[in-house]
Every structure is written in structure tokens, then in C-alpha cells.
Design a protein around this ligand. Structure first.
Ligand code: PLP
Length: 341
């Protein structure tokens, strides 16, 4: 089976397992795990933020940040297709008492003027705007990269309105490699960022939130409240350190494989991939002209040996990752041929 469902399906390599086994550990709820501390310092430096805090998942990372930035009843401006709005189980409402204000950005990326339009004026009738959230790369839009110039404009707007700006950077690694813009160059324009180690970087578990010291103190409280206080977790932090040191630069290979897959898919009648949107490791194929729904087609592909994920009625998502080599992508051509004539 060629598994292109997600870049979360990777398993730790032998070298990563050995590195994990050798990790020094301590009780991280007491801030005494040296490997967790090492990872947090490494990411604080990489993102140019005062501090960083290790969390079990990207969802928890975003949600502890949301709670630390907002008060109940406040509104969060985000993209209509964002992870925070669509894939986090409604937890901003459930756990922070926040209301989301989604707007439809371009390829997942709201423009500064769109955000300016929905920032609430001070009036007792309105909810108060409490936070702006961006996503880079954008998952549902197909791994698209946020235009840096636009982030700068949004950052200036947020500052003018004294609003915190959070970046869901689950795949900021991919954005950085593909754009040749360092992590710090991206994150200098936001107040806080969450990053995942368990996507393209290939660690089994782990995410991190970075920001100012006082903000991280509040996040530390919510992390405990949300059940994210972990003990000798350096064994996992070691996997994350290993992932950043060994699997960051190689993301380029996943991006090349995604472009190759996009080109292969486009050669089939009825399938359409918008190639300029294949900017990182995600390929979204519109299958509406094949006469089959995304679910039907994904099912047939699965039976033929290629796993993918239906994204809405007529779109299928394919994600390249560490376990996928160029040869696998070339094999995809023969598999798709069996399904689409
Ligand atoms: C995967 C992902 C997350 C976090 O997901 P978890 O499964 O909770 O780790 C957050 N944002 C984006 C854009 C993602 O793709």
C-alpha cells in the first residue's frame, strides 16, 4: 500500500529510536526534564521567541494558545478553511468560551483588508475581537504558503488594534524549506506560534508553542488544565530534536514528489490539479469530471493499492512524506491507470 493519506503516518526510524532510548529524562511537570528543556530552548531560539513549551499535539498547542490569548466571549478571526475552525472539535468554544469569526481567505490566507473589515468596533452590542489566527502552510487549501508581505501587513494591523496574532505553524517547516525563508523570519511577525514535529518531520508525537515569557507562563497553566502535563517525556522530546536535526532539510524531497504526483494526476482525463497551488507536500485533485465522487474514487484507488483522503465531495487529498520515495510516486501512475481509463 502506498499511503498518501497524511504525513502523520510515518513511523520512527531505527536511528530515531536509538536516539530516544539514550535520552536523559526527568519530571517535566517540575520543569526537570533536561531533554524537554533542550528542545524548548532550541525552538525558542529558532523562532526568535523568549520561551517555548512542549505539548502532546498540535490541537492542544493551538488551544492552550487560544485560551492564554483570549477571555470568554471574545472573538477569534480566522480563515473559513482553517484547522482551528474545522478540525479541532469545537474546542475554542468548549474550552476557552471563544467565538470564531471565520472569513474566506485566498487559498486559505486572509488578506489584511479582509481582517480589518471584521475587527469589531468597541460597542456593547458586539463581541470583542480578541485574537487573529493564521495558518502556514494551509492544510485544507493544499499546503499553500502564506505570502510573507501579507503577514507583515496583518502584523501591523494587529499591532495597531493591540490584538495578539497567533500562527498555526503545524507545517511551517514545509513553508520554510519551500520558500527559503527561515522559521524566525516567518515568526518575527507573530506573537505566538505552534509547530508540529509529528507531521513531515516524522516524530511519533509532539508539538510546541513559542512566544513571550509571560504568555508561556499562562500556556503552562492551561497545558496542565488540559491534561498535557507529562512526566519523563524527554524520551519523546528526543525524537523531536532528532526530527528537526535530521528531517527538516529533506522536506524538499517531499515537495518534489508532490509536484511529480500533481503532474501525473493531471495526465488523467477528468482529474484536475491546480499546479501553482502544489507549493509543498500536499496535492489536492479535483475529480468532479471523472463521473465519480471523491469517496468512490478514493475507495477504488485504495483497493488498487493507493491510500488517500476524500476532501469534500469532489476533491481528494494526497500527502507526500518521509516513507514515500520517487519510485512510489511513479508506481502511482500504474495504480491510477487501473482505476481511471
Ligand atoms: C495537523 C494539524 C494541526 C494539529 O493536529 P494534531 O493532530 O492535533 O497534532 C494543527 N494545524 C494544522 C494546520 C494541522 O495540519
Amino acid at each position: 500500500m502506498i499511503d498518501l493519506r497524511s504525513d502523520t503516518v510515518t513511523t520512527p526510524t531505527q536511528a530515531m529510536r536509538e536516539f530516544m532510548m539514550a535520552a536523559e529524562v526527568g519530571d517535566d511537570v517540575f520543569n526537570e526534564d533536561p531533554t524537554v528543556n533542550q528542545l524548548q530552548e532550541m525552538i525558542a531560539e529558532m523562532t526568535g521567541k523568549e520561551r517555548a513549551i512542549f505539548v502532546p499535539s498540535g490541537t492542544q498547542g493551538n488551544q492552550v494558545a487560544v485560551n492564554a490569548h483570549t477571555r470568554p466571549g471574545q472573538e477569534i478571526i480566522c480563515d473559513y478553511n482553517s484547522h482551528i475552525f474545522n478540525y479541532e472539535s469545537g474546542s475554542a468554544a468548549m474550552l476557552s468560551g471563544a467565538q470564531l469569526h471565520p472569513i474566506l481567505g485566498q487559498n486559505g490566507h486572509p488578506r489584511a483588508e479582509q481582517i480589518a473589515e471584521v475587527i469589531r468596533p468597541l460597542d456593547d452590542h458586539y463581541p470583542q475581537t480578541g485574537l487573529i489566527c493564521l495558518e502556514n502552510t494551509h492544510n485544507r487549501a493544499g499546503g499553500t504558503i502564506f505570502p510573507l508581505a501579507e503577514i507583515k501587513k496583518i502584523s501591523a494591523l494587529a499591532e495597531k488594534h493591540k490584538l495578539p496574532l497567533h500562527l498555526d505553524g503545524a507545517r511551517l517547516w514545509n513553508a520554510s524549506v519551500a520558500s527559503n525563508i527561515s522559521i524566525a523570519e516567518w515568526t518575527q511577525h507573530v506573537d505566538s506560534v505552534s509547530l508540529c514535529f509529528s507531521k513531515g518531520l516524522g516524530a511519533p508525537v509532539g508539538s510546541i508553542v513559542a512566544g513571550a515569557g509571560a504568555f508561556i507562563d499562562r500556556v503552562h497553566f492551561y497545558r496542565k488544565a488540559y491534561g498535557g502535563g507529562m512526566r519523563q517525556v524527554g524520551i519523546l522530546a528526543a525524537a523531536c530534536i532528532f526530527a528537526v536535526e535530521n528531517h527538516f532539510d529533506r522536506l524538499q524531497e517531499d515537495h518534489e514528489n508532490a509536484r511529480l504526483l500533481g503532474t501525473i494526476l493531471n495526465d488523467f482525463k477528468g482529474i484536475n490539479v491546480i499546479m501553482p497551488n502544489v507549493q509543498t507536500n500536499i496535492v489536492i485533485a479535483d475529480v468532479s469530471k471523472t463521473g465519480r465522487s471523491a469517496v468512490e474514487l478514493a475507495d477504488l484507488l485504495y483497493q488498487a493499492g493507493l491510500a488517500s483522503i476524500p476532501f469534500g465531495r469532489y476533491k481528494i487529498r494526497f500527502v507526500t512524506h518521509m516513507l514515500i520515495k520517487r519510485d512510489h510516486i511513479i508506481q502511482c501512475k500504474d495504480i491510477i491507470k487501473k482505476v481511471i481509463v
